[in-house]
Design a protein around this ligand. Structure first.
Ligand SMILES: [Zn+2]
Length: 432
């Protein structure tokens, strides 16, 4: 019995934690963090550990971080960009929706899972262990949702997937849209979604925000709304969503994704709005590469960048996390799940390049993502929490950002998912 217990413990030595000058050791036992500190090996015999039989892994002074969170992705859309009829000629959000709508009728559960599995493998190899994926529920068969619910369960030992019941073609722009969103929640989706700026008129958009908050309260779900994903400065659903979430006391469970319109709104409006955002404590998810590509399409020059006010929100104490959003789908032809690229873009676009900002930048992929996903005690490098972490090929956060460093090792519940020696890129055997 004692031997079995010993087998489960692993001592990681020479780990560099963000914000700490000297390397530390990390003890992992029964899938959870048991201790952090310098020279742990010397103190363990006194605590009853058989150090000779302890598995020891030398991390050579490399950076240890909580795993990355991709807080905005569409796993049901991945790798559909080249399907006949799916090619988006104008590069706009709205043609993307049109192309998807026209080509989605042949989807099957197995086919979606096959594509999504490949996307998850790519993300995991880039250090992601937490994904919030939207599932299009504007299909009476709810095929996307069924596929992603199955995948979520099958892959839970490798990656945490949260699923949004997302009405890609609107809640009120056709009959029964809101009922499909609700059915998605009953089937097991984690979050209520919405797309108010796409609804046929402002009033429908507003109605959808009321409905989203009502459904979240009714079913005890999180909220993640595609909100104001437009250059139109008059698209102001984030204001309504925040006010309703605040009123209901569920702001921390609420996320506004994209919010591109804040990049076009004037400062006086944003100044006023910021008070509400702070009080409501809602989260923002920004998809910088996607919106850089999709927005500004009606502009000539000067041309807008399409991203929300990441720096100003962050400076105001509002939580902002990041998302890959697309991997080769009708909205965006690239996207490989490498969140370090997403981070690199946002630091440039938001002009967050002071040394303190760069030194603190990994928060966008880690703790901020966990806050958006409302992970609580299930996340973080702390004793008693699940031993989930990645080892980054850098010795500081600055170097990691500077080099867009790769992942040397990913550990989940104490189990090593892969190392730089064992990674499998071609057949995605990791997820089989
Ligand atoms: Zn999206």
């Amino acid at each position: 019995m004692a031997q079995e217990e010993t087998k489960k413990a692993t001592l990681y030595v020479n780990a560099r934690l963000a914000g700490s000058d000297a390397p530390q050791d990390i003890l992992v036992e029964d899938g959870r963090f048991a201790a952090f500190g310098q020279g742990l090996a010397e103190s363990l015999p006194a605590q009853g550990y058989d150090v000779a039989n302890l598995e020891t892994v030398d991390l050579n002074g490399k950076l240890v971080s909580s795993p990355f969170c991709d807080t905005h992705l569409h796993l049901d859309y991945v790798f559909t960009a080249r399907k006949p009829g799916a090619v988006n000629e104008t590069g706009t959000l709205f043609e993307g929706i049109q192309r998807w709508s026209e080509t989605k009728s042949d989807l099957t559960v197995d086919e979606i899972k096959e594509r999504a599995r490949k996307a998850v493998a790519m993300e995991v190899h880039h250090g992601v262990q937490y994904i919030r994926s939207h599932a299009d529920v504007t299909d009476p068969n709810l095929t996307s949702l069924k596929a992603l619910l199955e995948l979520k369960e099958e892959l839970k030992d490798i990656v945490t997937i949260q699923i949004v019941s997302f009405p890609q073609e609107g809640m009120y722009s056709y009959k029964g849209g809101d009922e499909l969103v609700e059915e998605g929640l009953r089937m097991g989706a984690d979050c209520v979604g919405g797309i108010p700026h796409y609804e046929a008129c402002r009033e429908f958009g507003e109605r959808s925000m009321h409905k989203v908050v009502e459904l979240a309260a009714k079913y005890g779900k999180l909220i993640d709304v595609h909100c104001d994903e437009t250059d139109d400065p008059n698209s102001r659903f984030v204001e309504l969503l925040s006010a309703l979430a605040y009123q209901e006391g569920i702001g921390e469970m609420t996320t506004a994704s994209h919010t591109c319109s804040l990049g076009s709104a004037d400062n006086a409006y944003f100044f006023h709005l910021t008070k509400l955002l702070k009080a409501a404590k809602i989260n923002f998810a920004c998809a910088p590469t996607e919106n850089l590509y999709l927005q500004g399409r009606q502009d000539t020059f000067p041309k807008r960048r399409g991203i929300t006010r990441v720096k100003e929100l962050t400076d105001a104490g509002v939580n902002v996390s990041l998302g890959q959003d697309s991997m080769q789908d009708p909205w965006y032809p690239l996207g490989n799940g490498n969140m370090m690229i997403i981070l690199d873009y946002v630091l440039h676009l938001a002009q967050m390049m002071s040394f303190p900002e760069i030194d603190d930048a990994l928060k966008f992929l880690t703790v901020n993502g966990a806050t958006t996903m409302h992970l609580g005690d299930a996340y973080g490098l702390e004793v008693g929490r699940p031993a989930n972490f990645v080892v980054i090929d850098a010795s500081s956060v600055f170097d990691a950002v500077y080099e867009r460093a790769g992942i040397l090792r990913s550990v989940r519940n104490g189990r090593t998912l892969f190392t730089s020696e064992t990674r499998v890129d071609s057949d995605f055997a990791l997820l089989r």
